[in-house]
Design a protein around this ligand. Sequence first.
Ligand SMILES: NC(=O)C1=CN([C@@H]2O[C@H](COP(=O)(O)OP(=O)(O)OC[C@H]3O[C@@H](n4cnc5c(N)ncnc54)[C@H](O)[C@@H]3O)[C@@H](O)[C@H]2O)C=CC1
Ligand SMILES: C[N+](C)(C)CCCC(=O)O
Ligand code: NA
Length: 504
Amino acid sequence: MANRNVPIPRRQLYIGGEWREPVKKNRIPIINPATEEIIGDIPAATAEDVDIAVEAARKAIGRDDWGSTTGAQRAKYLRAIAAKVLEKKSVLATLESLDSGKTLYESAADMDDVAGCFEYYAGLAEALDSRRKTPVNLNSDSYKSYVLREPLGVVGLITPWNYPLLMAIWKVAPALAAGCAAILKPSELASITCLELGEICREIGLPSGALNILTGLGPEAGGPLASHPHVDKISFTGSGPTGSKIMTAAAQLVKPVSLELGGKSPIVVFDDIDNLDIAAEWTLFGIFANTGQVCSATSRLIVQENIASAFMDRLLKWTKNIKISDPLEEDCKLGPVVSAGQYEKVLKFISNAKSEGATILCGGERPQHLKKGYYVQPTIITDVNTSMEIWKEEVFGPVLCVKTFKTEEEAIELANDTKYGLGAAVMSKDVKRCERFTKAFQTGIIWINCSQPTFNQLPWGGKKRSGFGRDLGEWGLENFLNIKQVTEYTSAEPLAFYKSPSKN
Ligand SMILES: NC(=O)C1=CN([C@@H]2O[C@H](COP(=O)(O)OP(=O)(O)OC[C@H]3O[C@@H](n4cnc5c(N)ncnc54)[C@H](O)[C@@H]3O)[C@@H](O)[C@H]2O)C=CC1
Ligand SMILES: C[N+](C)(C)CCCC(=O)O
Ligand code: NA
């Protein structure tokens, strides 16, 4: 077992390059979901602190040490942060697991991804220097033009608890690469590693105010950020209802938002797959990785009828093999869900499915051997119909629901039978069929013969109620740029639109 005695640092808000006590001095307890124990606390920001942080961010943009940097200069900061994250990887990963219940293996992988994301956007920041000013040919003798890509300004980044540091970095790295000054508001359920990012920024000497970190409750800290008149954009990842509130607040000021909001993604398995075990493992990974707390989790299995019984048999055998334990134990593959609230919510979804007539094929309860902690067994639910809650609503827990199909048309209809549109997976060795599904799936992310692999280079986001806008890739950077056209009149001739007074 990893060292669970890693001390939990007691931090303040990170504003203007310094640790600063919240104006109202409130703090929120940190709960370890594996033990239900309070292991520390985080500062709770309110509107007063948001004002101070926005001011610090605006100052940073006005100062040469941040506001006049080239992409290449900012890339140096991003690379220094990446190196620090790797240097502190083992402590950061342990803190992430203690705070969120994520398995240590997954937390460590997240820290590699965090460093990789900073490195990736360091490259894009450098490349931005040659793209900063693009001449545009107007086919005109009288006008000359160019287009500038500039930092958008002060941006608010509101992020969830399921990948606490990684989801923050998907926004922080491109925002800093673009030259924005950012205010990060992580989830109150898991903020430790985001506060440690503040310490890293201090250590590497990131110019003050370029990144500010405000922990606190959603309505008290996130709300004032979303409605702040001097915040130029909000980028949000989290639940649909909160996304809707943020969009409403931002709409009052016509503030742009990008929203990445959950899903109910399908995985369609065809009878032509060569290997049931390979497909079964991807299906498992698609719903039980991170204990199912993944916005893109493929939580609806749609399997061809003639292989359904064989496939479900394999799936059950694989599921029985998942080690459920304290997330710091070696080989743990399923930890607790993040909080008491999430635990109650997941169990309620399961009991509602039962009362609506579905069958709990496996799991559905707390594991016998774990008396404390917010643990839920990996759960597979069959005899599901499309009017059931379990088919329609995002559980955000280790719960897979299953339906069978006969024809391709039926599979597509089932796959798209959702208000969400984030991800979708198809498992088949028929290349043409996979192409047909790629076109038919109404989502922003398509996985063929896999589920969940994610790369910094690729756009991440959805359609329908899964939101709009894209994180990652060049699209992630564009989120934080203002496109400015500059047009110059170069002719010596007058405009000659009005009657000239000199001719009176
Ligand atoms: N799509 C995704 O990646 C995620 C989906 N969820 C889903 O959402 C459900 C609820 O989880 P929560 O932690 O409550 O998610 P949430 O969407 O409420 O929280 C996400 C972030 O928004 C902030 N927030 C909350 N209310 C706000 C407001 N009025 N104004 C501004 N910011 C606000 C939170 O403090 C947090 O930083 C989960 O059970 C899960 O189903 C949760 C986290 C991530
Ligand atoms: C793809 N993965 C699992 C690394 C990240 C998913 C992001 C999310 O849940 O919002
Ligand atoms: Na926690």
